[in-house]
Design a protein around this ligand. Structure first.
Ligand code: IMP
Ligand code: MG
Length: 183
């Protein structure tokens, strides 16, 4: 599996260090909320980030799930996005933190943020592990960002290509011959 990676973009160690910092920033905000935080996580790319992050947050929390389809199979370009699944606790009057893996065009997060807002939370903030700086739109607010990266397709630490590579402990770029042409 590692031999299929052309370049490591963010090392395991750098991710660990940054997640600790993010958790401290987030704990500072939600540690003050009496009823804690309700996390809404976006499947499946955020799973690894979520599990590392929440174990560093010593605050009262509930966790809900949403899934949005965007990339289908062997593609590396996002084409429309649609809400596929929600499994959420009551968000009314809650302080909600949306946890996502990466914001690229922002289509996915826009849908998630709209759906969360519709459910009547007290506040909504968003954390993403990665942001593709050159693509992220201004109208999709992100409050906490792990890393800004270039506009390259990456895998690992939850992120997949065609369902694979989520279990890599770092973030890297696949060897180009492994990506399907037009995709
Ligand atoms: P957006 O809707 O264009 O912002 O794309 C966001 C979603 O597409 C993310 O939640 C990821 O699941 C997926 N995605 C975007 N860029 C990448 C990438 O570089 N590698 C793997 N998945 C990605
Ligand atoms: Mg995602």
């Amino acid at each position: 599996m590692h031999s299929e990676i052309q370049k490591v973009v963010i090392t395991e160690r750098a991710i660990k260090e940054r997640v600790v910092e993010l958790a401290a920033e987030i704990a500072e905000v939600y540690g003050r909320c009496e009823d804690g935080v309700t996390i809404v996580t976006v499947l499946a790319g955020s799973l690894i980030f979520l599990s590392d992050l929440i174990r560093l947050l010593p605050i009262k929390m509930r966790v809900g799930l949403m899934a949005v389809s965007s990339y289908a199979g062997q593609t590396t370009t996002s084409r429309g996005a649609k809400l596929e699944l929600t499994s959420l606790p009551d968000l009314r009057n809650r302080n909600v933190l949306i946890v996502d893996d990466i914001v690229e065009t922002g289509r996915t997060l826009r849908i998630v943020q709209e759906e969360v807002r519709r459910l009547g939370p007290r506040s909504v903030q968003t954390v993403v592990l990665l942001r593709k700086t050159s693509r992220a739109p201004a109208d999709v607010p992100v409050d906490f960002i792990g890393f800004d990266i270039e506009d390259v397709f990456v895998v690992g630490y939850g992120l997949d290509y065609d369902g694979l590579y989520r279990n890599l402990p770092y973030i890297g770029v696949l060897r180009s011959e492994l990506y399907d042409a037009e995709a």
